[in-house]
Design a protein around this ligand. Structure first.
Ligand SMILES: Nc1ncnc2c1ncn2[C@@H]1O[C@H](COP(=O)(O)OP(=O)(O)O)[C@@H](O)[C@H]1O
Ligand SMILES: [Mg+2]
Length: 322
């Protein structure tokens, strides 16, 4: 039966444009499946827009800060509305790359060595850099789509790169540059859906390569069956370490000489027909509308429900006036 679905799109962050593309693609797919769809443009007054739309479920077509980072998920939890993708905590952890890195380490999962620098400390970046070496990668701690990311090859370029990355949220992550194949693992429900290798003409998968073409895709990634199995289980372990659910994508660098390393977990990856997760789904025989329908059926809320487990506020006895 058709549902009343609100597609949340737009938003506040740097990835607004991509979010609008994801949103429109999702709206068309949901309508083709017989749902009644409202476009909900995320911004100030989102709570009122959600309330007046009278929805059964929210489909999150948001990317990046203030959308993928748990804040909108928190609002939906409070409103009692199921939504697609991960819950509040997992979304927040995955969006914050230094935090996610800590958890990967805690679970003994390989990730490039790195450190976090706040805006206030950006002039001390060289001091903090220690023996990390060059080249290194500098990126916003809470960013996406490679916005604000740079590869730094010599010490003099470090501070400017940190300042640039800090423009997007006030914190940067500096990481050792990992060399190898760029692989992303699609996850659907609790399982690996498939892998995609991205080969770019330039080093690093930058914003232009991501969104303006020029990259080549290999599905599955060009790895031996054994390595593919390892990479898939690594991705699933990273996904579980952060407590994600619904669907997502894990980005890794797979090296022939070194360890495979986890770069990040994307809890709301792009969903246009040319985005990576839909490419992986198509290769597995799941066309775009079928994928979107599947994501909708996985929509849920955090398990602990305030209505089911009310918080009992103890009454404090009044002190007798003396
Ligand atoms: N430590 C690293 N070593 C090598 N390449 C990296 C590293 N960090 C990022 N990159 C490159 O930059 C791209 C974007 O980085 P990522 O951490 O996935 O952030 P986001 O996709 O959120 O911008 C990656 O797909 C990869 O090509
Ligand atoms: Mg990425």
């Amino acid at each position: 039966m058709g549902k009343r679905v609100g597609v949340l799109m737009g938003g506040w962050g740097e990835e607004r444009e991509i979010s609008l593309k994801t949103g429109e693609a999702v709206v068309a797919a949901l309508e083709s499946k017989g749902h009644t769809v409202s476009r909900i443009f995320a911004g100030p007054g989102l709570d009122r827009a959600l309330r007046s739309a009278e929805l059964d479920v929210a489909f999150l077509a948001l990317h990046g800060r203030m959308g993928e980072d748990g804040k909108v998920q928190g609002l939906l939890e409070l409103m009692g509305l199921p939504y697609t993708g991960s819950g509040v905590l997992a979304s927040a952890l995955a969006m914050n790359k230094p935090m996610a890195k800590k958890l990967f380490r805690l679970h003994n999962l390989p990730t490039p060595q790195g450190y976090r620098v706040g805006r206030a400390d950006s002039s001390r970046a060289l001091e903090l850099h220690g023996d990390l070496g060059f080249p290194c990668v500098v990126k916003p701690a809470c960013g996406g789509s490679s916005v604000g990311l740079s590869v730094v090859r010599e010490p003099e370029a470090l501070v400017p790169a940190v300042v640039q990355a800090c423009r997007f949220g006030g914190e940067a992550l500096v990481e050792r540059l990992a060399r190898g194949r760029e692989v992303t693992v699609g996850i659907l429900g609790e399982e690996v859906l498939g892998t995609c290798e991205i080969a770019t003409p330039r080093e690093g998968f930058d914003y232009d390569a991501k969104y303006k073409g020029g990259s080549r895709y290999f599905l599955p990634a060009r790895l031996s069956p054994t390595r593919l199995t390892n990479v898939e289980s690594l991705a699933l372990a990273a996904w579980r370490a952060l407590g994600c659910r619904g669907y997502g994508r894990v980005d890794l660098i797979c090296s022939d000489e070194d360890n495979d390393v986890i770069l990040e977990v994307n809890t709301l990856p792009g969903l246009t027909p040319v985005s990576l997760l839909p490419k992986i789904a198509a290769q597995k025989g799941l066309d775009f509308p079928a994928l979107v329908e599947c994501l909708l059926t996985l929509a849920t809320r955090d398990e602990v429900d305030v209505a089911e487990a009310p918080i009992v506020v103890p009454t404090v006895p009044h002190r007798a006036a003396s």
